[in-house]
Design a protein around this ligand. Structure first.
Ligand SMILES: C[S@@+](CC[C@H](N)C(=O)[O-])C[C@H]1O[C@@H](n2cnc3c(N)ncnc32)[C@H](O)[C@@H]1O
Length: 264
């Protein structure tokens, strides 16, 4: 991995909120201080989506493959009810073996007590869905963030794992989509969508910088309209007008830059 660890965020992203006070406080004063690679813009929208799930009665844990030092993980966990758990799965060996201590320290520093999270030092490539569900006492995942190894084979495996443990109303979020450094990830996503016609892309969250890159949000087809309507209402100022074409499915593009090219 060649990403730098401190992502500078644009001032525009500071205006985007999740609508959950604990999350928004962390985004305001903690997020940029935790080393990591997810954008603040994406964190606000993803936690906004968790808020929408809670509002319509969707409950359950969140899981992340690749929490690293905890930047995005802490935001997700702050969006949960006290009885819901956040599961972080990581090899915790990069860039050194002390990364797990930094992850734990960051969680504590930013208000995430041990009882609200499960730290799992493990390899997602060899993990069976039953093992993951056992960690969560059988509870299916309502929000799964995949940000582990960025190869086509690993993403393919991680997508199948996430799909197998997902709640019916659950969403899967993929990091580093359309990134110039990882072009083959798109091949894995398109092959996955062919294998899983029940799944679709709910929205694309545009990148903030090359380090804090684009995320795709996936959900089951039957949940698309419900989530899309709520995202459109909550983030109308960030809707890029033309949307994204997945042939024949179209989805929302949320961006900090909603301009179109001038043609006359
Ligand atoms: C790009 S970092 C994640 C950044 C973090 N999600 C954020 O938003 O700040 C990728 C992480 O994936 C982990 N990882 C890579 N391959 C993995 C695997 N096979 N199983 C579990 N974790 C893995 C790495 O150890 C690293 O911490």
């Amino acid at each position: 991995m060649s990403k730098s660890q401190a992502a500078p965020f644009t001032t525009a992203s500071a205006a985007v909120r999740s609508g959950i006070p604990a999350v928004d406080r962390y985004l305001e004063s903690g997020y940029a201080t935790v080393p990591g690679m997810s954008s603040r813009f994406a964190a606000a929208i993803c936690c906004g989506l968790l808020r929408m799930q809670t509002e319509i009665g969707v409950v359950g844990p969140v899981a992340e493959i690749g929490p690293f030092e905890g930047r995005f993980f802490i935001a997700l966990a702050h969006a949960l009810a006290p009885s819901e758990m956040a599961l972080g799965i990581d090899l915790f060996d990069w860039p050194n073996t002390q990364v797990i201590d930094r992850f734990e320290a960051n969680c504590v520093k930013h208000g995430l007590a041990p009882g609200r999270r499960i730290t799992w030092k493990a390899d997602s490539r060899t993990m069976a869905p039953a093992e993951l569900l056992a960690k969560l006492e059988g509870r299916r995942v309502r929000f799964f963030h995949i940000d582990g190894e960025h190869s086509r084979a690993a993403l393919t495996k991680d997508l199948e794992l996430a799909t197998a443990v997902l709640a019916p109303e659950g969403v899967i979020v993929l990091d580093d989509m359309l990134h110039p450094g990882y072009p083959m990830l798109m091949v894995a996503v398109h092959a996955y969508l062919q294998r899983h016609p029940e799944m679709c892309v709910l929205c694309i969250i545009d990148r903030e910088t090359v380090v804090a890159a684009t995320k795709f949000v996936l959900c089951r087809q039957e949940w698309f309209k419900r989530y899309e309507a709520r995202l459109l209402e909550a983030y109308k100022d960030n809707v890029w007008p033309l949307g994204a074409d997945f042939e024949p499915h179209w989805c929302l593009v949320l961006s900090l830059d909603t301009r179109l090219a001038k043609i006359v």
